[in-house]
Design a protein around this ligand. Structure first.
Ligand SMILES: *[C@@H]1O[C@H](CO)[C@@H](O)[C@H](O)[C@H]1NC(C)=O
Length: 210
């Protein structure tokens, strides 16, 4: 009985002494692991670790896709490290598109701030397509890991804010994965059933070789 009481007492003591860690501001000097960055020493953390001003300016849309994604992931905004969320800004010039892509690490919710955006995703189970024209104030959710896209479907520029359920959701654009590297053309053809001429054309545009 005495032993049991002692045991209970020490368990209680242990649980009340267990520290709660409020935050883990990422130490960007150390490598990122699947669990995120290691923590910057608490004594060195300031309010500026929890504030990021990089989304105030429009991204540069003078590019092939006429669009820009400006991320505030943990690599840009280390205060997010360990908190399970992040945010980004999406600028789409007229005719702009965020080509078919996935975020392997998180689900996404998009809020249209300006303009009109045609957005959609494809399910992995039945390859069913869900897409819709979104107007200012509309939000749409894109489940983790699924292929999805955004197209400026209006006449003027469009702006959206996207939020992710991961501080480091990742981004893989399908066309870049297939045509912007040195994967040999015959392997791209064999694995996609596309014509060699079309593959070479896309490799030329996107900077791929072989
Ligand atoms: C936008 O990007 C283009 C192409 O890289 C570049 O030529 C241009 O100077 C950039 N504009 C600004 C304002 O940075």
């Amino acid at each position: 009985m005495v032993l049991q009481t002692l045991l209970l007492f020490s368990l209680l003591l242990f649980s009340t002494e267990a520290a709660v860690q409020d935050f883990c501001v990422g130490d960007l000097a150390a490598p990122e692991s699947p669990a995120g960055y290691s923590c910057k020493p608490a004594a060195k953390v300031t309010v500026n670790d929890f504030v990021y001003s990089g989304l105030g300016a429009m991204g540069n849309t003078s590019n092939l896709i006429k669009a820009a994604v400006t991320p505030a992931f943990s690599a840009q905004f280390p205060g997010l490290n360990g908190l399970g969320l992040s945010i980004a800004r999406l600028d789409l010039a007229p005719g702009g598109v965020i080509p078919m892509h996935t975020h392997p690490g998180g689900s996404e919710v998009l809020l249209v701030i300006q303009g009109t955006i045609c957005a959609g995703f494809i399910s992995s189970s039945a390859n069913k397509v869900y897409f819709k024209n979104l107007n200012k104030g509309d939000i749409m959710v894109f489940p983790q890991g699924l292929l999805h896209f955004q197209i400026n479907s209006g006449k003027g520029p469009s702006l959206a804010v996207v939020s992710f359920s991961s501080p480091s959701p990742g981004l893989q654009i399908t066309d870049f994965a297939l045509f912007a590297n040195d994967l040999p053309t015959e392997l791209v053809a064999a694995t996609t059933f596309l014509d060699v001429a079309q593959i070479k054309k896309l490799k030329g545009v996107l900077g791929g070789t072989n």
